[in-house]
Design a protein around this ligand. Structure first.
Ligand code: ZN
Length: 327
């Protein structure tokens, strides 16, 4: 049950409005073309002026799904164009956090469009706290769904700015279900409740050898039997010579940390947090993603030498993990 003081303050937030966030650039063809390229969108309405004119438009139009793109900050997260508000439209999350709901996860967004947006238009959006749910309990934990509405407008000289679309952005601000922190003891599962097990990997005819190898404490890497190229993750076809013929070789299990992340939130059972995950470059040359064990976050660095070890979980699944070794 949520603290009534929190509930009261939350109610006061609903409907709160925040100022404009402007677009750095007018809607333009180069940005549209690059976005389509990156997203794999090949509709000529967005990239071919002749096609767009044939379809009744003055020129190419922006893909509706780009709506949010135009008003994004620069590479620095808070780098908004002059005149934009510096208010934090997510300030209610800080309030909720203060009452013991530290985690946040983006849940979903909904876009609605009034019309296509054309070249040269200058956009901005405003924000409004559309709704905040009652306290809810989900698989992740207990907390509040906060929904922000961001209506987008096209600026017009000498006339009212025109609404062109809206983005609804919903986040879940919550107390993790199994955080292991003392403050959350009351939410710990009772001893007689089933303990969450590790999710099992999806196993296909192409990847079965890898998981069967793990069960025998062997790190197996797929090899093309025509050109000897190693590949991972497993796949049906050689990327070098397109051969379907393959076998598997046992890797030394030695390698180095090519990159890594440390997962903090959301805390999903049964994993321990913080949860360090490595992209390991094996000495054989291929890379694979695996959990890191015996790691000090402060000491973890790119290039760290690691060695595989196998751990059996839930008496049903053996996974390769990597442990730092002396350089
Ligand atoms: Zn090959």
């Amino acid at each position: 049950m949520a603290d009534p003081k929190l509930t009261e303050q939350i109610e006061a937030f609903v409907g709160r409005e925040y100022g404009r966030v402007y677009a750095w650039d007018r809607v333009n063809a180069p940005m549209i073309r690059q976005w389509c390229e990156i997203m794999g969108v090949d509709n000529p309405l967005y990239t071919d002026p002749a096609f767009a004119r044939e379809a009744g438009y003055d020129d190419v139009v922006a893909p509706p799904a780009m709506l949010q793109v135009w008003c994004m900050a620069g590479l620095d997260n808070e780098n908004y164009p002059p005149g934009s508000t510096d208010e934090n439209s997510f300030e209610v999350l800080k309030l909720i956090e203060g009452y013991g709901y530290p985690a946040v996860v983006a849940v979903n967004t909904e876009l609605t469009f009034e019309r296509y947006i054309g070249l040269g238009e200058k956009l901005y959006y405003t924000s409004r706290v559309a709704s905040i749910s009652d306290e809810k309990t989900t698989g992740l934990g207990t907390g509040f769904f906060v929904t922000l509405s961001m209506p987008f407008y096209s600026e017009r000289d000498g006339a009212d700015d025109e609404p062109v679309g809206e983005l609804l952005f919903r986040v879940f601000k919550f107390k993790p279900a199994h955080s292991g922190q003392p403050a959350d003891k009351a939410d710990q599962p009772k001893a007689d409740k089933p303990v969450a097990k590790r999710p099992l990997p999806g196993v296909s005819d192409d990847s079965r050898f890898f998981w069967e190898g793990c069960e025998q404490n062997k790190l197996l890497i797929q090899r093309c039997t025509d050109c000897q190229t190693l590949r991972h993750p497993p796949a049906p076809v050689c990327i070098q010579c397109h051969s379907f013929n393959w076998d598997a070789v046992e890797a030394s299990g030695k390698g180095q940390v090519y990159s890594f992340v440390v997962m903090h939130y959301p805390e999903v059972p049964p994993f321990d947090y913080p949860n360090p995950i490595g992209l390991i470059e094996l000495d054989e040359g291929v890379r694979l993603i695996a959990g890191l064990v015996g790691v000090n976050r402060e000491d973890l660095e790119i290039g760290q030498r690691v060695q595989v070890e196998f751990t059996r979980f839930d008496d049903r699944q053996t996974l390769p993990q990597f442990r730092p070794v002396a350089q």
